[in-house]
Design a protein around this ligand. Structure first.
Ligand code: FE2
Ligand code: FE2
Length: 267
């Protein structure tokens, strides 16, 4: 059994200090096997925002997979945006753009989908698709396989309905490699579904799970993060929601593989 905390869209520069304090306390109590951070660590990719994000990450006492989001690329400085898009990310957060975690039960690969040109929707490159195959296909299927991106593979329930660029091409490889779970953020909305809710050509079950924001840039729902307990063939998702004072369990959903599809089987 493994426990994974999925936090996203912290947008340092638009953070709530009380929330950040309680989030660290909640994570310390939880002691997850791994924390996945799916991008938009900063609001405008400024130095002081990266420094605040780094100080936060350093206080999480467990392994982390961290990928950038579109907000981690400078927007208004054309030199930095097009010539040095992730320079500050590499300097202040991590130089590892293909972060990978593996233990006896779980393998997790982070993929950077943030691009200077495909600014809003992001994209996966051929190099990254090859890397996905090389890293994940040789791992036995009894290992639970997870990929973390900023931009999602299925659209949110409300507009805009965009997904990451080249999703279909990447998904063919993810299916081939037996990936179980895709984690992302970007829309500041929490939602989960089987990949075939949007990609009908995929035959294997892949669960997609989106985390909302932990910043003050809320969209129709409170700040929250997700905790997954991975105990195949059951995956339990607990949503830890911010009530203004502390994090509380807002929802618990159990997913089970039924007829090769991820189905919610109650709480
Ligand atoms: Fe965001
Ligand atoms: Fe984003």
């Amino acid at each position: 059994m493994r426990t994974l905390a999925h936090i996203s869209d912290l947008h340092f520069g638009r953070e709530d200090p009380a929330l950040i304090r309680e989030l660290l306390a909640d994570l310390r109590k939880l002691e997850p096997t791994l924390v996945a951070v799916s991008g938009d660590l900063t609001q405008r990719a400024r130095r002081r925002q990266f420094l605040a994000a780094r100080a936060f990450l350093e206080r999480i006492p467990c392994p982390k997979i961290v990928v950038p989001g579109n907000h981690d690329i400078p927007l208004y400085d054309p030199v930095r945006r097009f010539l040095l898009p992730l320079h500050r990310w590499r300097r202040y957060i991590t130089a590892d753009m293909d972060p990978f975690y593996r233990d006896a039960e779980m393998a997790v690969l982070g993929v950077n989908t943030a691009r200077s040109l495909a600014f809003v929707n992001g994209r996966i490159s051929d190099r990254q698709i090859t890397l996905l195959r090389n890293r994940l296909c040789s791992i036995p299927d009894r290992t639970f396989k997870i990929v973390v991106t900023h931009h999602p593979f299925i659209p949110p329930p409300i507009p805009p309905y965009s997904i990451v660029g080249r999703a279909a091409k990447a998904l063919a490889v993810l299916e081939e490699c037996g990936v179980d779970l895709l984690l992302a953020g970007h829309y500041h909305l929490g939602y989960s579904d089987d990949i075939r809710s949007h990609h009908e050509t995929i035959r294997s079950r892949i669960l997609v799970s989106q985390a909302p924001t932990l910043s003050t840039r809320l969209r129709h729902e409170p700040a929250a993060y997700n905790v997954y307990t991975i105990d195949p063939p059951v995956l339990t998702l607990v949503v830890r929601s911010w009530n203004g004072k502390r994090f509380v369990t807002a929802r618990k959903t159990r997913f089970r593989e039924i007829k090769k599809t991820w189905s919610a089987v109650g709480s």
